[in-house]
Design a protein around this ligand. Structure first.
Ligand code: ZN
Ligand code: ZN
Length: 361
């Protein structure tokens, strides 16, 4: 990864944001900027063209790991908490204004920070590194492709495990075991396996409930590989399908295809959302599509941009987003189909390879 380039670009945008430095506390951003993968560390990036080298603060537990991983920044292992050490260093340097990640720092951490900063002023900034992360570079796209392929390969394990009477937890467990065998670091979230009426819960984590002998099963899962997440959903059916169930499935499938078709540079998240939502509304299920169409995926499973009503950010090449419309009918069941797509120069490429035909087991 080109960490130095990222640090340089951030330094330039800090000048535009009128801060002299940024305290990066969100770990995904820390990793993006300097490569550190541990669970405690703060990166200080200075603004301006001739900015001093960034400083990375952590504690004794990460002495070795920081030395091995951190690139482009001077590593400081302090006695106090990383954030306190970083703040004190900024105060000593008489830094005038330091930005912090307003969405990521707790109120109490912020209060503590103020105490340690002395006369250095704090300015809240939102999403400054997150916006850099929306466009993936070639290396990131390679990691994401591998993560998506590994996730897709788990569909088979799920299909083998699913039969009436088997618990959702067991199906999820089989998928997780297969993911580890195939080399995944871990799942990008606890897999969703939601059968029968539970499939009407958009986020029904796998439970002890047995797979019913008739109805939809929503499977939503992803893995982390080399730090990069994947996220996909397929809905299958147990037992014979009713006309209504076939109609619901077809509406989601058509909506998903329409939204994917809409993904190209220059289009907004709102427009991609609308393309699919119109189809579901026309099919009479508009009231049952209760979430937005998609989200960015990268070092985090949910990141910018969002594909949702009112989202005016335009898509640009290198963005990786999910397209995942759904219909959820209470006490009846639900359907969601989710692919990851890469925005290209001329349109988009669907990264997720698994079939979208309705599979019945
Ligand atoms: Zn998902
Ligand atoms: Zn998703």
């Amino acid at each position: 990864m080109n960490y130095l380039d990222r640090q340089k670009r951030l330094a330039a945008s800090l000048t535009r944001a009128r801060v002299d430095a940024l305290l990066v506390t969100h770990l995904a951003n820390v990793r993006y900027l300097c490569g550190f993968t541990g669970s405690s560390g703060v990166l200080v990036v200075f603004g301006g063209e001739r900015a001093p080298k960034p400083l990375f603060y952590s504690d004794g537990r990460y002495l070795q790991q920081a030395a091995d991983e951190v690139q482009g920044a001077r590593v400081v292992i302090g006695k106090k908490a990383a954030l306190t050490e970083a703040a004190r260093a900024l105060a000593r340097r008489r830094t005038k204004v330091v930005g912090f990640e307003a969405d990521q720092l707790s109120y109490s951490a912020c209060q503590q920070l103020k105490l340690s900063l002395g006369r250095t002023r704090l300015r809240p900034l939102a999403g400054i590194v997150e916006q850099m992360r929306v466009n993936k570079d070639i290396q990131e796209i390679e990691h994401i492709r591998a993560s998506v392929l590994l996730a897709a390969s788990l569909f088979k394990a799920a299909l083998t495990a699913i039969r009436p009477g088997v618990s959702e937890n067991l199906v999820a467990g089989e998928m997780e075991m297969q993911a580890r065998r195939a080399g995944a670091e871990k799942m990008s979230f606890d897999p969703i396996v939601a059968g029968g009426a539970r499939s009407a819960l958009p986020h029904g984590r796998a439970s002890a409930q047995p797979i019913p002998d008739n109805g939809f099963i929503i499977l939503d899962w992803g893995v982390i590989l080399a730090g990069y997440c994947s996220d996909m959903t397929r809905t299958i059916h147990v037992g014979p399908t009713s006309t209504t169930h076939r109609k619901i499935y077809q509406a989601v499938r058509d909506a998903q295809a329409a939204s994917v078709e809409a993904v190209r540079p220059g289009v907004t998240g709102d427009e991609v959302d609308r393309a699919g939502r119109e189809i579901i509304t026309k099919a009479g299920f508009g009231a049952y599509f209760t979430h937005s169409t998609g989200h960015g995926v990268g070092l985090e499973v949910h990141e910018s941009p969002r594909l949702a009503k009112g989202q005016t950010q335009k898509l640009t090449p290198g963005m990786v987003v999910t397209v995942e419309p759904g219909i959820y009918i209470p006490n009846e069941g639900g359907v969601r189909i989710e692919d990851m797509v890469l925005v290209t120069d001329s349109g988009c490429e669907v990264l997720t390879p698994a079939t979208k035909d309705l599979i019945t087991v």
